[in-house]
Design a binder for this molecule. Structure first.
Ligand code: ZN
Ligand code: ZN
Ligand code: FE
Length: 740
């Protein structure tokens, strides 16, 4: 890994053990030539592996004999280029305590300098243009280093020895704030921060350039500010994340366990979903009992909270609707017109855009909802393959994956490929990764969905490059991502619950019980399908799915009588016009949520399911769990609907029915798994799919399965949702490639 202080670390060890020679970064890794007595050499080599710096990790040490090319002393040599690139560089990391101490020390020459950094912290991934990781290959290349910084840079005893983004007030980037109409300009970090805080109190919305892009900030305690942001961003429901000064400050708004505290304060500084304690503005996360919280991770954010430690800021990705995060300054100036009142920016380019990562903690295990800043581009070890693979992921929550030799790199979160801007980001980011990791894919793999944008892009790429082209069924890829993470051998039961995914029969799958070894799969069970009247439209207007569920079980209900075109939709379903069949668990959640009157029209993905889950937390079902009957591997969704309608007719409260529904799905899942175990003897289960981000369902299903003696595996390095697809596709392709 480059940019983590490895060469200075080696240099200092060489001095301790009286070694002569040199160290250099080349495009394959670190090369050290060392000459000394055998015993000193042995100690030197073991110290290299034993005392590795915080941000570094060693994948392999190869030792060979060589004639000495230096007689005396030890040097750090200029980076060399070899033919093959295969080296990693570090993710972006939160500012460290040593740098912060200097940042707040009036006597320090970097007092309040917002781009303070050292070997243990600061930007990496976001500023790298190419490898080797040298200043000339980062977006620091336009700043020439001053004499004081140069002295630190070349002093092996200094914390900034060979720190590529080294900078100070007199030679590095600087920060400015301007009003969106350009009439007010504030310069300098302290003046900007002071003005920022007072503008926030006046309910202004401010776009702030961060690590991987711009964030939009406003006062999380102000209804006026938050509702203004919601209107301008066209985001009526989806919860906003907030930033608090410290864990202590965050305890005022959320319940925080020791594990959650550790995660909040980690050098990755992700957004952590926490149980809400006391509402800020109810508009921050309307109708949900969790809130995404993060702590400041760059010096400027620290300065804001130094001025007002009690402030809680909404800090949400600077984008419009579901488009990718804005990270270029020109795009910010035009894109934030009409959204932000002020823009805080600085004159160093962000090379790779990167959203904040999102995790939650269940049973003391951190689980990803979005893996991005702080974690990307750390590689995953995989079994060696001579074949390089590009896996495109899917069209929602897109990430792609590239493999080479014995590692896989999964990209940052790129978003929804329906947007042309996301397609651009995909192409740009892919080209960037292929360059910096020097991977030319021999195999290109996508989802099996013929309409996916990613499928078409892969067709084009394979057409021009001549790479082999593979497709992997959506839920198979979900299961394979977990199999790959744990390196499981032999068959497992894959339980995949998600919104949608193209099935082998053209139907939209998504309530899958697969038997798979990661290479191939059979579909052992699934819920029965039902029409989605109007197709895509039913994903937002979830009452249509509710109507469909009722219609599919042969019941009539007055529930949706006053909705528009109900009769027309019923006729469409009878005549099978524009009514694609789905058995997605996410769609069942949508439909039941609307039947219970919890949602009808939604503005964001999984909104109806989220409200159903929230209702279940408020409710309490103490009755027997309803195990939905199964006929030849088809779990009867109609029986579930009848059961829910029955409870409604009995006058059971919607909250209690929501609870009964979750328990019923979990009990049915257990019954289906036990049936498959009875037939196949398989006792290992992998769980995946976005529906399992429903924490209640995940918890109950996992508990029931483990109590019944199953061993349950689930992703710990990637999200359950489609963010894991690319990794799974790559894993399947690697196995299939052996046979090509
Ligand atoms: Zn530092
Ligand atoms: Zn300087
Ligand atoms: Fe999926």
């Amino acid at each position: 890994m480059q940019g983590v202080g490895f060469r200075p670390f080696v240099f200092n060890l060489a001095r301790i053990f009286n070694i002569s020679g040199f160290v250099l970064n080349d495009t394959e890794g670190v090369y050290i030539e060392a000459h000394a007595e055998d015993s000193a050499l042995a100690q030197f080599i073991s110290a290299i592996s034993g005392q590795t710096p915080a941000l570094a990790y060693i994948t392999e040490v190869v030792v060979t004999d060589a004639p000495p090319s230096y007689a005396d002393g030890f040097f750090i040599k200029e980076s060399g280029e070899t033919g093959r690139r295969g080296v990693f560089f570090s993710p972006d990391t939160a500012v460290c305590d040593d740098c912060l101490k200097e940042f707040f020390d009036p006597a320090d020459r970097r007092y309040h300098y917002p781009f303070i950094t050292c070997i243990h912290c600061g930007p990496r991934f976001s500023i790298v243009k190419d490898i080797p990781y040298d200043r000339r290959n980062t977006s620091m290349d336009s700043f020439s280093i001053c004499a004081s910084c140069a002295a630190e840079y070349s002093d092996p005893a200094d914390r900034r020895f060979h720190v590529q983004p080294i900078a100070c007030q007199s030679c590095g980037p600087s920060l400015t704030m301007k009003s969106i109409d350009g009439t007010e300009i504030v310069q300098g970090s302290l003046d900007t921060a002071s003005r920022f805080v007072s503008l926030i109190k006046q309910n202004k919305i401010i776009a702030v350039k961060g690590v991987g892009g711009y964030l939009l900030a406003c006062d999380a305690a102000s209804d006026e500010a938050v509702s203004k942001l919601r209107q301008r961003k066209r985001r009526p429901f989806k919860p906003f994340a907030v930033m608090a000064a410290s864990v202590l400050a965050a305890r005022g708004i959320a319940v925080i366990s020791p594990k959650e505290e550790e995660l909040l304060e980690s050098k990755e500084r992700p957004i952590v979903l926490l149980k809400t304690k006391e509402a800020l503005s109810p508009l921050v996360a309307p109708q949900v009992s969790t809130i995404g919280v993060m702590l400041p991770y760059i010096p400027f954010q620290r300065l804001l909270f130094e001025i007002d430690p009690t402030m809680i800021l909404v800090m949400t990705s600077g984008n419009i609707a579901e488009e990718p995060i804005i990270y270029e300054d020109d795009a910010a100036n035009s894109g934030f017109a009409g959204i932000a009142d002020y823009i805080v920016s600085y004159d160093r380019d962000i090379i790779a855009q990167n959203d904040d990562s999102v995790l939650f903690v269940d049973d003391d295990i951190p689980l990803f909802v979005r893996r991005s800043r702080g974690y990307v581009p750390s590689p995953f070890q995989s079994e060696f393959s001579p074949v390089s693979i590009l896996a495109s992921g899917g069209d929602l929550k897109n990430t792609f994956a590239l493999t080479s030799k014995d590692f896989t790199i999964v990209s940052q979160h790129l978003g929804d490929m329906a947007h042309p801007a996301t397609q651009d980001a995909f192409q740009k980011t892919l080209a960037h990764y292929m360059r910096v990791f020097d991977i030319k894919p021999d195999v290109i793999v996508s989802d099996a969905h013929p309409e996916y944008m990613t499928t078409r892009l892969c067709d084009e790429l394979a057409g021009t490059s001549g790479a082999r082209r593979l497709r992997v069924q959506h839920h198979h890829a979900h299961a394979a991502s977990v199999i790959e993470e744990y390196k499981l051998k032999g068959p497992v039961i894959g339980i995949i619950f998600d919104g949608t995914g193209y099935g082998l029969d053209g139907v939209l799958w998504g309530s899958e019980f697969l038997v798979t070894d990661g290479e191939d799969f059979t579909r052992a069970a699934h819920f029965s399908g039902f029409p989605l009247p109007g197709g895509e439209k039913a994903l937002k207007d979830v009452w249509r799915t509710g109507l469909s569920l009722i219609h599919s079980c042969g019941a009539t209900s007055a529930l949706f009588e006053e909705y528009p075109q109900t009769d027309a939709l019923l006729e469409m379903m009878d005549k099978k016009i524009n009514c694609p069949l789905s058995c997605g668990m996410g769609r069942i959640f949508d439909g039941i949520s609307s039947i219970l009157g919890l949602s009808a029209y939604t503005s964001s993905e999984a909104e109806a399911a989220l409200l159903l889950e929230e209702a279940a937390y408020r409710g309490n079902w103490t009755g027997k769990p309803f195990v939905i009957p199964q006929k030849d591997g088809v779990i009867q969704t109609e029986e579930l609907t009848r059961y829910i309608l029955g409870l409604l007719e009995n006058g059971t409260a919607a909250e209690d029915i929501a609870s009964a529904f979750h328990i019923s799905i979990a009990a049915t899942t257990l019954a289906a798994a036990e049936k498959i175990r009875g037939e196949t003897g398989i006792g290992r289960i992998v769980i995946s799919g976005g529906v399992f981000h429903n924490r209640m369902l995940f918890k109950v299903v996992r508990e029931l399965l483990e109590k019944a003696g199953f061993t349950v595996f689930f992703s710990r390095r990637l999200p359950f949702n489609d963010g894991c697809l690319s990794y799974g596709q790559a894993a399947v392709a690697r196995r299939l490639a052996r046979k090509l």
